[in-house]
Design a protein around this ligand. Sequence first.
Ligand code: ADP
Ligand code: ASP
Ligand code: MG
Length: 813
Amino acid sequence: MKVLKFGGSSVAKPENIIKIKNIISKYNDPIILVVSALGGVTDLLLEAGSLASTQDQSYKEILSTLEERHLSTIKELIPVTAQSKVLSKVKSEFNVLETLLEGAFFIGEITPKLSDKIVSYGELLSSYIISEYLISEKLDAEFKDSRELIITHKLNGKNVVNFEKTNANCVDYFKSSNKKVTVCPGFIATSEEGVSTTLGRGGSDYTAAIYAAAIDADVLEIWTDVSGMYTANPKMVKQAKAIPHISYEEAMELSHFGAKVLYPPTIQPVLSKGISIVIKNTFSPDEAGTLITKSKNEKGKTVRGISHIGNIALLSLEGPGMVGIPGISKRFFEVLSQADISVVLITQASSEHSICVGISADDVEKAVNIVNEAFEYEIERGRIKQVIPEKDLAIVALVGDNMKSHQGLSGKMFSTLGKNNVNIRVIAQGASERNISCIIDEKDVKKALNALHEEFFEENIKQLNLFVMGVGNVGAKFLEQIKEQRKFLKENLKLNIRVIGMSNSRTMLFDEKGIDLNDWSAKLAAGENADKVKFLEMVNSLNYRNSIFVDNTASEEVSKTYSEYLSNSISVVTCNKIACSSAYENYSHLKSLARTYNAPFLFETNVGAGLPIIDTLKHLIASGDKILKIQAVLSGSLNFVFNNFNDKTTFHDVVKQAQEEGYTEPDPKIDLSGVDVMRKILILARESGNQLEISDITNNPFLPEESLNTANNDEFFASLVQNEAHFQSLFTSAKHADSKLKYVAQFDDGKASVGLQEIPKGHDFYNLEGSDNIVLFYTERYPNQPMIIKGAGAGAAVTASGIFADIIRIGNF
Ligand code: ADP
Ligand code: ASP
Ligand code: MG
């Protein structure tokens, strides 16, 4: 004989029930078919009961929706000729249910007994309807009420199964029954006094296990809406996979820590008989599912699954009066148990100064009151502190039989959580070493599960979640490059890059599954109004692991938001120079936030676009070298301008061309006044370990006073036309000296300066083409022949690839 249990979603709709018939029709052995209430019905019955008990008439609406749903299920499944008996039986059951709810309504109270009675109708009705449907489909089926077989009795105030009576009933009944399919309601039982009882939420799994053990079934099959027990709840972790084979103990541990797919008590009855459990998907019956048996898992697999329980509160009993006094913990646990509060996790400090327990947040008020009452004497005398609960917490647990023989798993677990800025409140490890669990903030659960899953199950594929601000020249190129490279990065660097959010100055767009980079621009245009604060709030509330904020703007406002990102452990990558060239205090604050919150702050493109200048500098310094002198041509824009400017062009036209081709900042004066180069040499000086401000840098401007004082781009360009003679004289002077004009930045002996210089033939700078940049690093290890980095130092494509390189650095971090 086989026992098959179909859960709430498997029986939720008539078309699902037809799927069940198709599944069981393929079985040759006799079957005990245990079914749950139609999906969602138990919740609605409980709600109706609770509304009635507060004398709220709206319970009637729930009742009529429920009746309608059951009647329409019958009408859809059973041929008209056979309907009337079933319809009238169900209607009469609803009449009884109505009377029960009316009772609660008039008395204004609902007892546990009445609640159990009301809620039992969910399974009673579903199993009856399904049995009648199977009979109408000519299956050799019958209905059997589980309340006639499963008997409960009170143990320490709780209803528990009386296995002696139950097993005897089952053996008797199924020995004499010769039906192919016996349909039984899950979840419900009868007390020794003959009153309806229930086996706890999710208890239909348990019903099936009780039957399986009682009759020594060949197998217990749990049919649900997922294809097995997964490495993590598939609704929280998209990458989770079904575990093919798992031991009873592992499955028990996972379900105890929240893997709802199996109700925790289910394993116990079948474990002692060695009956295998198979978890299968009603909606995908061909998938293998999960096999749960005695045998241990395959060698080498340590962590088998990650589970979590939300809605947890923490109670801590603390105080100097606890040291050395025996019996405190006994009293503590006794009061909790007497109040029927179950303790999910316990830790105790070695000094015995505190005991800390995790309980369901629903019980917290009751728990605080009874514990404070129980320890009133000690609290009044200051020996124990009042218990103060902490709420909005969750338990996350790693589970695996082989975890005990492996070092470093907890280290890996906690460092993964730490890296993702998940604060760990409490840690516990099972004595069996089959689980390591910790309590974290509820808001971090999704991030924690995904980060842990990535660490322990995903062959090191790392997901990077990008939030991109600025999708103009550079930003658009950047998105294009990501689109082109995604596949390569996934296959070769094991990095999976998704753009979750993007914004320009007008609109913003978010897609939790990742924005499709083939048509982002139309979607963005139709997005909601751009708002930097809302953008930040959204990034924070999504709370993804490995989140990176990418700033492709030149906006000071945006640069002011970095500290908020970093202090939420969100990395920042930027080509915007404003933050790093602002007050030293701000620059160093951002760097220290990056260290504190484990969130890289990278800005390689602040100097020399995609050239690896800052990264090289960092490596030189990290390896113990010292920077003595830096000489550089750092303005791609100015280089472009002076390489194209001669006596056959005008200065105005060349600058205009540079602006149009994207070689200058939107405001070209920032480049031509030398401010941009000052910012760059300042950043290099700072990255070399010097505490410099922008005001410490000497600027020898080549622009006439009049151009420097203009108020906008139009005025600026007009002033260039007016001063053409001045620019021509700069050109002629250099030409006569057989030199070229280069805008040079220098850092030497702690001092930095920028200015236009006539560079003679033979100098490293002389042959610098187009918009190229060049940097000479003179260091202790490169004292005479400098280390030289040279190449295109401006342009959207190279800048975008520099940003990309920073993202990959974070991916490899
Ligand atoms: P049923 O109604 O069939 O009893 P449940 O809702 O009780 O189904 O259990 C199935 C659900 O359990 C899944 O839809 C999934 O959301 C949840 N779940 C939680 N953890 C896990 C896990 N580790 N593996 C599979 N499912 C899980
Ligand atoms: N219907 C009950 C519940 O929702 C039992 C079950 O489905 O397992 O908890
Ligand atoms: Mg269930």
